[in-house]
Design a protein around this ligand. Structure first.
Ligand SMILES: [Zn+2]
Ligand SMILES: [Zn+2]
Length: 136
C-alpha cells in the first residue's frame, strides 16, 4: 500500500480496493478479473475506473502489463525482473525467478541499446494435465 501512496494517484476507496487486490497477487490477473474482484466490495465500480487505474499504475511503473495471453492483457504487480511460464490450456501464468544471463551477439543487435529481456515458457499446468489424464 505504501508504494501506491507515493505515486500521487488520488486514493478513492475503489482505487484502494484495486491496489489491495493487486498487492502480492501472484495470479497475473486480467482487467476483467480485477473488475470482478472489486465489484464484490464496491458494486458501483465501473470497468472504466478499473481500466484507467491500471493504465495509471502502468504509466507510473507500478505494474507490468503482460501480453503473453493473446486473449487478454494481464497485469503483474511484481515489477522485479522475472520471467513467466504460461499454461497453454487455462492461461495461468506463474513466475520464473531465474537470471538466465542471456546476451545477443553484436551482429544481431541492429545497433540497439539492449536494456532487458523477458522470457516466456509455455507448457501445461498440473491442473490441466490432470484433466487431460482423466479424460483418457
Ligand atoms: Zn492450465
Ligand atoms: Zn510475474
Amino acid at each position: 500500500m505504501e508504494r501506491y501512496r507515493k505515486i500521487n494517484l488520488k486514493l478513492t476507496p475503489q482505487r484502494m480496493a484495486i491496489f489491495d487486490y493487486l498487492d502480492g497477487n501472484k495470479a497475473h490477473p486480467s482487467a476483467e478479473q480485477i473488475y470482478r474482484g472489486i465489484r464484490k466490495k464496491f458494486p458501483t465500480t465501473s470497468f472504466a475506473t478499473v481500466y484507467k487505474t491500471l493504465e495509471a499504475l502502468k504509466k507510473k511503473g507500478q505494474i507490468h502489463e503482460l501480453t503473453i495471453d493473446e486473449s487478454r492483457r494481464r497485469y503483474d504487480p511484481d515489477t522485479n525482473y522475472h520471467h513467466h511460464l504460461i499454461c497453454l490450456d487455462c492461461k495461468s501464468i506463474v513466475d520464473v525467478n531465474i537470471d538466465f544471463n542471456i546476451t545477443i551477439p553484436d551482429d544481431q543487435k541492429y545497433s540497439y541499446d539492449v536494456i532487458g529481456n523477458h522470457i516466456q515458457f509455455f507448457g501445461v499446468c498440473p491442473k490441466c494435465r490432470d484433466n487431460h489424464d482423466s479424460q483418457k
